[in-house]
Design a protein around this ligand. Sequence first.
Ligand SMILES: Nc1ncnc2c1ncn2[C@@H]1O[C@H](COP(=O)(O)OP(=O)(O)O)[C@@H](O)[C@H]1O
Ligand SMILES: [Mg+2]
Length: 271
Amino acid sequence: MNMMSESAVEKALDQKMSDASHKMIGKDVSVYYGEKRALFDVNLNVRENTVTALIGPSGCGKSTFLRCLNRMNDTIENCRVTGKITLDADDIYDQNIDVVELRARVGMVFQKPNPFPKTIYENISYGPRIHGLSKNKADMDQIVEASLQRAGLWGEVKDRLHESGTGLSGGQQQRLCIARAIAVSPEVILMDEPCSALDPIATAKVEELIHELRANYTIVIVTHSMQQAARVSQRTAMFHLGQLVEENDTDKMFTNPDDQRTQDYIMGRFG
Ligand SMILES: Nc1ncnc2c1ncn2[C@@H]1O[C@H](COP(=O)(O)OP(=O)(O)O)[C@@H](O)[C@H]1O
Ligand SMILES: [Mg+2]
């Protein structure tokens, strides 16, 4: 009995199973800022109903890759993306793709909570309104409540929906931004270091929320905290100098990674 071929067969089966649940597929993704190349032929697939963490030292290209997934790099002058990225069957860089619609399907939460300087209610209702998701006020009330419920914020704000979103604590503001992303029924939620401006208690709440959201959404989170990656994700991708070094089950990544550079990074030898 040939052990190698048996494990190769198993690997192929695993691969086949995981291929079936890939929500987004990135193939040979490269990014240039002017002359400077920031990503080198990244091949990374995002599994459905999974939290995928992007880790690696500062400047390695985590945010750059994340922004490729909803074409946020389009907004950066001089930035050029090559390769192919699909969302289900759609090539998101196809010229027929409506970018506004894409960003509703692939929502984003940023490092610093950035609620609009409007009421809590309006923060949530804005997206559904511009996307025509509600027919009347009762409809909209329901979307607002459900979004805040899902973001674990309803109990804290239900009596102050018409007060300003910027009056909330930092942690509440970030959950408001998550509720705002949820309100347009996204399929994927991208988060770029969503807890870096939060205290430990607010961070724990957002982490718990990310854990719950996985049931209904596909999540990609950039984090500089390996503890956070280990706590919230099932898959982890390690970047270094613009390259994807390794992508693996989070458990394996933090106990027995395949690549020496991952090992060095998680042991704190660089970054
Ligand atoms: N808007 C930009 N213009 C020019 N260079 C950029 C821009 N954004 C990022 N970069 C460069 O691209 C590389 C990757 O950056 P980034 O994706 O922000 O890394 P990370 O999120 O891992 O810290 C870095 O060298 C950074 O300086
Ligand atoms: Mg970044």
